[in-house]
Design a protein around this ligand. Structure first.
Ligand code: TYC
Length: 112
């Protein structure tokens, strides 16, 4: 029988043949997260930005209004934090709908 914490060959924490002891590092799996940011400009209508925030980022009208006004006054603001591919899709959706409507609205992502 083995005491708790010991193990036979091939079990990962020790190699009984060589006497080499290795410690298995506990790996916490955190997805790389990205902040999606909206940038201010002088031409995109406020209402368009609010609708984008509701549509693409699933914000309530009230939250969308708050974020839009924050971007309008501070120059930049966070729309949400997402795993890479989700963030990328949202940036693309914002940029596509802005271009289609001929607004210069800019949306970027940055690693958190
Ligand atoms: N500054 C714009 C205006 O006065 C409104 C605006 C807000 C534009 C947020 C872009 O990300 C933005 N019409």
């Amino acid at each position: 029988m083995e005491a708790a914490g010991e193990n036979k060959r091939g079990s990962g924490d020790s190699k009984s043949d060589t006497g080499t002891i290795t410690k298995t590092k506990p790996k916490t799996q955190r997805p790389n997260l990205y902040r999606v940011l909206l940038l201010n400009d002088d031409y995109t209508p406020m209402e368009f930005v609010v609708l984008v925030l509701q549509d693409v980022f699933n914000k309530t009208r009230e939250d969308a209004m708050q974020i839009m006004l924050h971007v309008h006054t501070k120059g930049v603001g966070e729309c949400g934090v997402y795993p890479y591919e989700v963030a990328e899709t949202k940036v693309t959706r914002v940029m596509d709908t802005a271009r289609k409507n001929q607004h210069p609205l800019q949306c970027v992502m940055e690693k958190q």
